[in-house]
Design a protein around this ligand. Sequence first.
Ligand code: KG4
Ligand code: ZN
Length: 345
Amino acid sequence: MTRVLAIESSCDETAAAVVEDGRVLSNVVRSQTDIHATFGGVVPELASRHHLGAVVPVVRTALQKAGLGERLEGLDAIAVTEGPGLVGALLVGVQMARGLALAAGLPLLGIHHMEGHVFSAFLGDETRPAPPFVPHIALLVSGGHTEIVEVAGLGRYRVLGATRDDAAGEAYDKVAKILGLGYPGGPIVDRLAAEGNGATHNFPRSMADRDSLEFSFSGLKTAIMVHLERQGAPTSRAALADLCASFQAAVVDVLVLKATKAVLESGYGRLHVVGGVAANKGLRAAVTAAGAKHGFAVEVPALRYCGDNAAMIAAAACARFQAGALGGVEIHTSRPLDDERLRIA
Ligand code: KG4
Ligand code: ZN
């Protein structure tokens, strides 16, 4: 049995969690979105400052909720997101984790944020036991990343395709900003899209006809801007909902098309959709339908594990600890998932 306390502070969520062999004992997330909403996006300097104020109470609450009080003796290791992310933000979590590990004499594991997202599909809690780690194709969709990854095993990742420009979540956030809907845009656009008709406007499905697994979302954003210039801003909620639904249909179509292609070519017969955008209702429905149509299994984490959290970081750390992979911490802003550092010797 392995019990890990993890801290996540790579972007605008300060999070801590205690996980035992993939089973979540506590999962505390303090979001800063209110602070950044005023600016329409994450302000790195503000993010670091608010992580500093939040990290101690968030860790303390995670320990208490896991029934550990303030005691670290019941843990086997401390884990922390080491990157990719904002350096100043990462540093806060890393320094806290270093301090705790040193004080308690516990090993410290630096975890790749996207490996954490991969493990969000293997979490167990009161709703289900932690499923065993199995090879699959992962569609990783967040605010900073959009990629299709072959997950052959722990630390055996191959990036099959990624976005050439904007990430899917970034496209949602930018389109929401253009429409003056607020930040973060994903959940707002998703809600409006549910009320609209996605066939109203035919926005481009970028790179859909290419034989690659790469994505591009900046053209779609431009298409929306051109549309607004020509036709003006939507004047009713129904027209706004149709616009959001049409944008969402364009994003979801390409994500599902490429993910389906990857799964069918891989032979794994299993697709996991993870990351903040995996919370999207339209995407969840479309991947489930694609799985049913083509006969592959689909796993989408519970909503609370889609956005940034520390439970997923702890789960990855549990697996790495059990594999004897105790690599310490190296802060980075952009290592890919198939970087040498993630391989297990
Ligand atoms: O994984 P995440 O919490 O942070 C990153 O690692 O980036 O993802 C955040 C992104 C944001 O761009 C947000 O707008 C998007 O996920 N998002 C959504 C939804 N909920 C969050 N996008 C579309 N539909 C949603 N329901
Ligand atoms: Zn994330």
